[in-house]
Design a protein around this ligand. Sequence first.
Ligand SMILES: NC(=O)c1ccc[n+]([C@@H]2O[C@H](COP(=O)([O-])OP(=O)(O)OC[C@H]3O[C@@H](n4cnc5c(N)ncnc54)[C@H](OP(=O)(O)O)[C@@H]3O)[C@@H](O)[C@H]2O)c1
Length: 260
Amino acid sequence: MNASHAYLSHLFSLDGRTAVVTGGSSGIGRAVAGALARAGASVVVVARGPEQLGDTVDELTADGCRAAWVSGDLGTREGVRAAAEEAAAVFGEPDILVNSAGINLRPPLGELGEDVWDATMAVNLEAPFLLGQRFGPGMAERGFGRIIHITSQQAHRAFVDSGAYGVSKGALESLARSQAEAWSPYGVTCNTLVPGFVLTALNRRLQSDPERVAALAARTLIGRNGLAEDFAGAAVFLASGASAYVTGQSIPVDGGFSVH
Ligand SMILES: NC(=O)c1ccc[n+]([C@@H]2O[C@H](COP(=O)([O-])OP(=O)(O)OC[C@H]3O[C@@H](n4cnc5c(N)ncnc54)[C@H](OP(=O)(O)O)[C@@H]3O)[C@@H](O)[C@H]2O)c1
């Protein structure tokens, strides 16, 4: 290994690490799972649909990565608990937890019923909380851990019917700070990545309106909307030793969407 490779590997390699990535079968989660796996981690992707999960794992194993999938519904507490145990049984207790599974139901607030509120909070906020409770203390005991949440612009500002979704994401950033307070002294950093508008299945309906898509792109400084792959580098950074002194932070990966 030449000197620069050795240096980069010292900073960013995830060799020997284990990771659990929720929502790892699609969009941002899939790109993050791929990035962690290609950087050396053994990765378990968790979501509901077996087909996309299998497809993700097949792609990674074909690339020589160590990956596996667990099908579970993170919309119920029992589902979260079962998925956590199954995921930890594959490659062992995770060193890295990425919470990317999320839903965005967009009724106008006046029409937003308790069902939408409950479903949103369950997947977007309670599942990350419960997974943190399950894995955080073990990470702290072992002296290394990385918890990475995926939040949203709507944690910071209201637009396109933020409704319950924005509330769940705002709370998720607060959860990251609480987790950072609890576990950072023991080598467990907890941060969030804050996307702008990223072209994924989550907003397929919105993508059918080219004018809105173009307007969102124009709100960035880079001049385009996000791609799932834009999260690879930031995720590897936050999962690696290189970010040991970064905790409790919300880091935008948004093409400059949030700064003007
Ligand atoms: N795309 C954007 O513009 C954007 C912007 C800001 C924030 N985000 C956030 O980024 C994260 C990833 O979004 P994305 O755009 O990558 O979305 P996506 O392509 O729709 O992926 C969502 C993932 O979550 C899983 N999921 C949803 N409900 C679940 C449940 N009840 N139990 C288990 N898994 C579940 C999905 O798989 P199954 O359906 O098979 O379960 C899928 O793997 C989300 O937290 C989202 O809020 C996205």
